[in-house]
Design a protein around this ligand. Structure first.
Ligand code: F6P
Length: 349
């Protein structure tokens, strides 16, 4: 067999661990060849590919990023894109494709399945917002990175008696904010799922500071916005670009700065903002993410050999299972509000 593999969407710690697991499992268990398509679906459309050997995978397990490169290319956004892609796969003698990505990359994988292309998906995203899997690889590393940043922000906030707003990634879902905020003991955790009330946030910070705590770290997801009201439009303008990518997503970033200014204006507390941005995506994966990514890669090759296509490998409890791709991409997995309110809310203020 000849298996194609590609990594699409935002990069993510653990991508190389999946590539290594697929290449090594394919070769050692089945004597299969593996071909890497470069820069996600772009490489499949433009026929940029290279053979991947076991030797190529030495020392990549612990490397961040992806040795195959990535992009946010959507083959369905270009006239004739899917047909060209199918011809390129045939030209390369590909029997099946392992697509490693988030909702966009796997959404394309599912549509290609409808066109008769054999695809198995592997769930990736630091945002952890893919349905049908308990967790995606990359999330644990991002939470660890964000937590370490919050710990550092706390000591400078305490020294200067400031409010520091820490903006983390999370477009539709506040998983990173919730987990890193709990782990870092944030004073406030603001997520896209629960529009916030700026006046209420400021009121809680004032009570907290009046109670003798002269500093606070506020964690906010990049996709969080105030509830309907006069602030909503100015916040929205500060936090997203007008331009969109091929999947229709605006570029986010800026809500932290907007919120810090509002807090300072309304409370008189000196406030600063830090945006963690791509620091959360770069660097070496945690042991948890390396293990999960490796298990996903091994199972993806097993699915290819079972002819079990249009499926995504997933973690359910402690087991690796296969779920329909349609289920994975149907809707974003948002934060469990019981966790948010009961666990996070208990320690806030
Ligand atoms: O990987 C997902 C994500 O981290 C989102 O949270 C974020 O909005 C987006 O990527 C930013 O990606 P880029 O800057 O690469 O377009």
């Amino acid at each position: 067999m000849r298996i194609g593999i590609l990594t699409g969407g935002g990069d993510c710690p653990g991508l190389n661990a999946v590539i290594r697991a697929v290449v090594v499992t394919a070769r050692l268990r089945h004597d299969d060849d593996t071909v890497g398509f470069l820069d996600g679906w772009k490489g499949a459309v433009e026929n940029h590919r290279r053979p991947l050997t076991v030797d190529d995978c030495r020392d990549i397990l612990s490397q961040g990023g992806t040795v195959l490169g990535t992009s946010r290319t959507n083959p369905f956004a270009t006239e004739g894109g899917p047909e060209t892609l199918r011809a390129n796969l045939a030209d390369a003698g590909i029997d099946a494709v392992v697509a490693v990505g988030g909702e966009d990359t796997l959404g394309v994988a599912h549509k290609l399945g409808d066109l008769g292309i054999s695809v198995v998906g592997v769930p990736k995203t630091i945002d952890n917002d893919l349905s049908a899997t308990d967790v995606t690889f990359g999330f644990d590393t991002a939470v660890q990175t964000a937590t370490e940043a919050i710990d550092r922000l706390r000591t400078t906030a305490e020294s200067h008696h400031r409010v520091i707003v820490c903006e983390v990634m999370g477009r539709h879902a506040g998983w990173i904010a919730t987990h890193a905020g709990i782990a870092g003991g944030a004073a406030e955790i603001l997520i896209p799922e629960v529009p916030f009330d700026v006046a209420a946030v400021c009121g809680r910070l004032q009570r907290r500071h009046a109670g003798g705590l002269f500093s606070s770290v506020v964690v906010v997801s990049e996709g969080a916005l105030p509830a309907e009201g006069e602030e909503l439009e100015t916040a929205r303008r500060s936090a997203s670009s007008a331009a969109t990518d091929q999947f229709g997503h605006a570029r986010l970033g800026g809500i932290g700065g907007w919120l810090a200014d509002e807090i300072e204006r309304r409370t008189g507390f000196e406030a600063r903002a830090t945006t963690l941005g791509h620091i959360q995506r770069g660097g070496t994966p945690t042991a948890f993410d390396r293990v999960l990514a490796t298990r996903f890669g091994v199972e993806a090759v097993r699915a290819v050999h079972d002819g079990d296509f249009d499926k995504m490998v997933a973690l359910r409890g402690t087991a690796i299972v296969r779920v329909p791709l349609a289920e994975a991409v149907a809707q974003a997995k948002t934060v469990d509000l019981d966790l948010y309110r009961d666990v996070a809310g208990m320690f806030l203020g």
